[in-house]
Design a protein around this ligand. Structure first.
Ligand code: CU
Length: 176
């Protein structure tokens, strides 16, 4: 009987550790700002049709707001659009040349708001077209964390099964 308890304790500890890692890692952190287009301090040929902010994971629409202010005052129009891990804010077509400030407040996946501000300068008025990269910059695979979590779970469960098998065999040994 004494040989059974350590094996069970090891298995329980391993499963508890795995569950802690798998459930805690993906959802607990709030969003990190990765970059913006236009980048902070950039000088661009034309005022873009949209400003795109990239984060490490998708944001929450409720409470997310991007205000772009230019030479004519508010240049942002409509609500911010959330696409994958990006927040995209449209600008009014024909927004003039000059200095722009992008002030944003984004609701993290965990509900915490984060804020930031950047500036850019446009050499000529915009056409209303989005002239940035076709794909958002530095897209981060938001699904990565759960994927490695499941792989880790599988590996550690196999390890726990191996430990139990060894202990069972060891217990049986002297009886044969
Ligand atoms: Cu947070």
């Amino acid at each position: 009987m004494s040989g059974r308890r350590p094996g069970r304790a090891v298995a329980v500890a391993v499963v508890a550790l795995v569950l802690a890692v798998v459930t805690a890692a993906p959802a607990s952190a709030h969003n990190s700002f990765v970059g913006s287009d236009p980048a902070d301090g950039a000088s661009v040929a034309r005022t873009p049709g949209a400003v795109v902010l990239t984060f490490d994971q998708p944001a929450v629409a409720l409470g997310t707001q991007v205000v772009v202010t230019g030479p004519d005052g508010t240049a942002s129009t409509g609500a911010a659009e959330l696409v994958d891990a990006t927040v995209r804010q449209a600008l009014v077509p024909g927004a003039p040349a000059g200095s722009y400030t992008v002030a944003w407040r984004v609701t993290s996946a965990d509900g915490h708001p984060i804020t930031g501000e950047s500036t850019f300068t446009a050499q000529a008025a915009g056409t209303g077209e989005y002239t940035g990269p076709a794909e958002p910059p530095a897209a981060v695979d938001a699904g990565g964390a759960p994927a490695w979590g499941w792989v880790l779970l599988a590996v550690l469960l196999l390890g726990a099964a191996g430990v139990l098998a060894v202990l069972r065999r060891r217990r049986r040994g002297p009886q044969d």
